[in-house]
Design a protein around this ligand. Structure first.
Ligand code: NAD
Ligand code: UFG
Length: 339
């Protein structure tokens, strides 16, 4: 298949481009580099040993999309492009509704006009809000607690409504749990701008000596060690989930929703210890107050993806932390390293 990957220069996008190419598909990338670096795509080209056609532009710009659809025969779109920082979404909600919701609507309409009827959408476990119990199944109540999460849920609803009305459109909604780790090559990985919001890139920067101490947000949760528990999933497993979803559901009209997680809950302290052990570096931390809006425990039931897509996560925690360390230690300043 020929796949347009919006946000293909980003963290999950780069890994998914590689998985698609290795599975025999071809990709065209559209990215505006608002949260990524052109060097990331050069690294993808090095790893795959082939050029990756690329457009710099906005995934919500109908003219850019029309042009791409006129230049390439596209079978489906994976839509990673969007803004993803929860705190920023509280401060700038309109940015999130425009870049995530409005852009997705434009993309879907332009795809449909061009006769492209398969979309894979990056959703998030955040749509569940504070879950009533764990593991989380796809039919659990939805209740995101911030504008970022609501923007994801709105796009899910747009996709479902459009699939129902169209009768020809296949909308595949993937709810990611917590993507971490990096490609085996150590050439690509997560490269956040500024101070990382998320646990794994923060730990990685402490281990490599860029930051002094990790703040552990909350040690009084009702979990085994009192720290927050999440379902960390290797980004290469996640990338593989996209390939399986496209291969299984291309040409199957309707909306399809899947959790992509491992089903294992890992606490913050377990993650810190695993990282320190794999990197053989100290990871100093201090226990501080809870971060507002965080839930105690969140992990997936991904049986639906296993049953329908034949997909399940293969990488364990050691593989997640050691691949992260391979990337971080070789590229202490991310894609700017060595420049
Ligand atoms: P990322 O920021 O690394 O990648 C997103 C890419 O999209 C970046 O390259 C950015 O430059 C680009 N982009 C943003 N807005 C754009 C626009 N309007 N037009 C063109 N390009 C644009 O993020 P990621 O971690 O790879 O996440 C990819 C998707 O997965 C996002 O939609 C995110 O909300 C979703 N998601 C991520 C996580 C996570 O923890 N990383 C969890 C759940 C869901
Ligand atoms: N944490 C710390 N210190 C930090 C950062 C995080 O203790 O510096 C803790 C958090 O309190 C939480 C756990 O580490 O218990 C994981 O936090 P992350 O920020 O890495 O991940 P979240 O589960 O909070 O949220 C992430 C993304 C969301 C996405 C969600 C599910 O930020 O956008 O995963 O995919 F929706």
């Amino acid at each position: 298949m020929h796949i347009l990957v919006t946000g293909g220069a980003g963290y999950i996008g780069t890994h998914t481009c590689i998985a698609l190419i290795e599975a025999g598909h071809s990709v065209v990338v559209l990215d505006n580099f608002s949260n990524s670096h052109p060097e990331a795509l050069k690294r993808v080209e090095q790893i795959c040993q082939r050029p990756v056609p690329f457009y710099e532009g906005d995934a919500g710009d109908a003219d850019t999309l029309k042009y791409i659809f006129s230049q390439h025969h596209i079978d489906g779109v994976i839509h990673f492009a969007g803004s993803k920082a929860v705190g920023e979404s509280v401060e700038k909600p309109m940015l999130y509704y425009r870049n995530n919701v409005t852009a997705s609507q434009t993309l879907i309409e332009t795809m449909n006009d061009a006769g492209v009827h398969t979309l894979v959408f990056s959703s998030s476990a955040t749509v569940y809000g504070d879950p009533q119990s764990v593991p989380i199944f796809e039919d659990f109540p939805l209740g995101p607690t911030n504008p970022y999460g609501r923007s994801k849920l709105m796009v899910e609803q747009i996709i479902q409504d459009f699939c129902q009305a169209s009768g020809a459109f296949s909308g595949i909604i993937l709810r990611y749990f917590n993507p971490v780790g990096a490609h085996d090559s150590g050439k690509i990985g997560e490269d956040p701008n500024g101070i990382p919001n998320n646990l794994m890139p923060f730990i990685a920067q402490v281990a490599v000596g860029k930051r002094e101490t990790l703040s552990v947000f909350g040690s009084d949760y009702p979990t085994a060690d009192g720290t927050g528990v999440r379902d960390y999933i290797h980004v290469c497993d996640l990338a593989d989930g996209h390939v399986k979803a496209l291969e299984t559901l291309h040409g199957q009209p309707g909306s399809h929703i899947f959790n992509l997680g491992t089903g294992n809950g890992i606490s913050v302290l377990e993650m810190v210890n695993a990282y320190a052990s794999a990197s053989e570096q100290p990871v100093p931390y201090q226990l501080v107050a809870r971060r507002p809006g965080d839930v105690a425990c969140c992990y997936a039931n991904s049986d639906h993806a296993k049953k329908v897509l034949g997909w399940e996560a293969k990488h364990d925690l050691h593989s997640m932390v050691s691949s992260s360390w391979h990337w971080q230690s070789g590229n202490p300043d991310g894609y700017q390293s060595g420049k």
